[in-house]
Design a binder for this molecule. Structure first.
Ligand SMILES: [Zn+2]
Length: 326
């Protein structure tokens, strides 16, 4: 369950408003800090925000790092505010890795503050610094980049290399090992990327449309050639525009889209409210199942790892949208 608001520690971290101006919207959290070589006791204490970032760092760091993820399977990162315990973890960490691009929208100011005291690194920082052409700038997101980069496996793989480089600077005696671990992980991700491409291509073009509650799958759509519609915007905080919902309903009916999908960190009401009128109008629209958009699955589930999450999503989408083989 999501955390109750009264337990939040929000005194110091004013909410970052989505509607900021074009001029400052691309200014990534400015971390131009020199990374000081680690001189403490191993393992290095690393704090990450999301499960997918934590997994990446664990895979690269191996035994030299003790990695903790701040957000578990139930947490919506767009809405997350740190509790007292979380702030303590942030204070104790030797280095912090977060997603960036305002995914952790309510923690952005905090990261700027932390960066003055300790290495605090957005795993997407390299993509921004290189002006990577694959970064999405949806017009409805007020000039900011779409933060959901992990849904394009190759783009995420580039972040893996950036994190290995940062860890190598922090801990030069193990830099070669971090680089080798990153290389192995990236080979696995290259295979996963091909798997996604092959599987999504089996869905007939007419129904190759992914409809979810919030717009988390833009990168997925671009990378794997599937049209994407979210009822809410890029952030789950946004309200649903009823006119937009009606357009989506119309499209579902016209194109005979077989299914729409719920997301693990988002209330399923919005998707249920989309299914009801379609069914009432005579189109047997199905709930295609649960996708993992912004958080990994619960420990022990098939989506509890990053690769598992992506595979689960692809399998769920293909099963719901492609006609079953005879
Ligand atoms: Zn999201």
């Amino acid at each position: 369950m999501n955390r109750t608001p009264n337990a939040y520690l929000s005194l110091f971290f004013p909410l970052l408003l989505l509607g900021c101006s074009k001029a400052d919207s691309h200014s990534h959290v400015p971390i131009k800090q020199e990374i000081k070589v680690f001189s403490g006791e191993y393992p290095i204490n690393v704090l990450c925000t999301t499960g997918q970032v934590a997994e990446m760092v664990r895979r690269i760091g191996g035994e030299h790092l003790q990695v903790t993820a701040l957000m578990d399977h139930s947490v919506d990162p767009h809405l997350f505010k740190p509790l007292f315990d979380d702030v303590a973890k942030l204070s104790q960490a030797d280095i912090i890795f977060y997603n960036g691009l305002h995914l952790e929208g309510r923690m952005a100011d905090m990261f700027v503050q932390r960066a003055r005291k300790k290495p605090t690194y957005a795993v997407t920082e390299g993509l921004v610094a290189r002006k990577d052409k694959r970064l999405r700038e949806p017009p409805e997101f007020a000039g900011m980049y779409d933060p959901h980069v992990w849904h394009d496996v190759l783009l995420w793989s580039d972040c893996v290399q950036d994190v290995a480089d940062v860890l190598g600077k922090l801990d030069p005696p193990h830099a070669k090992e971090y680089d080798e671990n990153a290389h192995r992980y990236r080979e696995e991700l290259a295979k996963l990327h091909q798997h996604c491409r092959d599987e999504i291509a089996t869905i007939p073009e007419q129904s190759r449309v992914l409809i979810t509650a919030h717009d988390a799958f833009g990168y997925f759509g671009k990378a794997y050639d599937i049209e994407v519609f979210g009822l809410k915007g890029i952030s789950s905080e946004e309200e649903i525009d009823l006119a937009h919902q009606e357009e989506v309903q119309q499209m579902i009916m016209e194109r005979k889209i077989p299914a729409v999908f719920v997301e693990s960190t988002i209330n399923s009401r919005a998707i249920e409210a989309l299914i009801e009128p379609c069914v009432a109008a005579g189109w047997d629209l199905q709930n295609g199942g649960e996708l993992y958009s912004d958080a990994l699955g619960v420990a022990g589930s098939d989506a509890s790892t990053y690769t598992g999450m992506i595979r689960h999503n692809v399998k769920t989408i293909v099963e719901a949208l492609a006609p079953a083989a005879e």
